[in-house]
Write a protein that binds this ligand. Sequence first.
Ligand code: FAD
Length: 306
Amino acid sequence: MQTYDIIIVGGGPAGLTAAIYARRNGKSVLLLEKEGFGGQIAYAPRVENYPGVGAVSGAELAERMLEQAMDLDTDTDIGTVCEIVDRGAVKTVRTEEGEEFEARAVILAAGARHRRLGLPNEEELLGHGVSYCAVCDGGFYGGGTVAVAGGGDSALQEALLLSDICKKVYVIHRRDSFRGDREKQERLFSRDNVEIVTPADIVALLAPGGDLTAVRVRHVRSGQTRELAVEALFISVGQVPELGAFANVLPLTADGYAAVDGECAAPAAGIFAAGDCRGKTVRQLTTAVGDGAVAALNACRYLEST
Ligand SMILES: Cc1cc2nc3c(=O)[nH]c(=O)nc-3n(C[C@H](O)[C@H](O)[C@H](O)COP(=O)(O)OP(=O)(O)OC[C@H]3O[C@@H](n4cnc5c(N)ncnc54)[C@H](O)[C@@H]3O)c2cc1C
């Protein structure tokens, strides 16, 4: 079996950037991806905050990143990594599909998934009125009426951002009170274009022509329903990193993110984590690719020092 210099788990922006940097440093690289190369950004209808490219569809940006990694002869494989065994100088990486690979260093770039509400047409409305990122997509609805689902800090932050640019913002939360920062709550509640809808569950996404036109909400206690006409719903009910299977090779934060340092290095030699799966406060394309570069260059340094 070939022992790669570096195995990268996850082919999103962080993993693809790590592959580009590692290959340009002459390291052999295997990039393992479980679904589709490009990661979350491939679902973004339009990306406008990635420097140097203007406006571009997420799918096109992802395709270009993959092309760049492939042009550098990165080995790739489709598989869901389910186990990493750290044998010191060599790490064994196993997939659910039964494959086994070896490398001297591993970079985890497995991202994080936005928690879903679990409504039947939620996935198909992604990019058609449903979004998980106001920073990314809020600008498309400037002047419009939108809703935010969630009661934590990030939901409050998204609602504040949207209330700066939208005509009206409904904030829908299933509890009576919000969990997020009190100062943000006060700022939000004082805004004339914000309507708080609590305690309420979103029970349906209405999109008769294929684009979201309204959300149906149900009062948690009375059971009464109401339809709110909106052009977009921003769902901010948390993110879920999927690193549970790798807790044997790197420490996790209380929320399940990789607890690595600013150099993206885990305490165990030769293990790195990059991108949205890393414990940090800003999860964006730019920070993911930044992490990918840092993790790859530090992995190269580690390999050269051993
Ligand atoms: C709809 C949408 C729009 C967005 N728009 C913007 C925007 O406009 N601007 C911006 O800056 N950011 C935007 N973001 C956020 C941005 O996409 C993320 O911050 C970025 O993709 C994170 O990159 P990543 O590589 O760390 O993780 P991800 O993109 O999540 O990639 C991780 C990859 O790892 C794979 N993976 C996970 N576990 C395993 C495993 N066990 N084995 C193998 N593979 C695995 C996943 O399938 C995935 O492909 C948006 C996100 C979404 C969902």
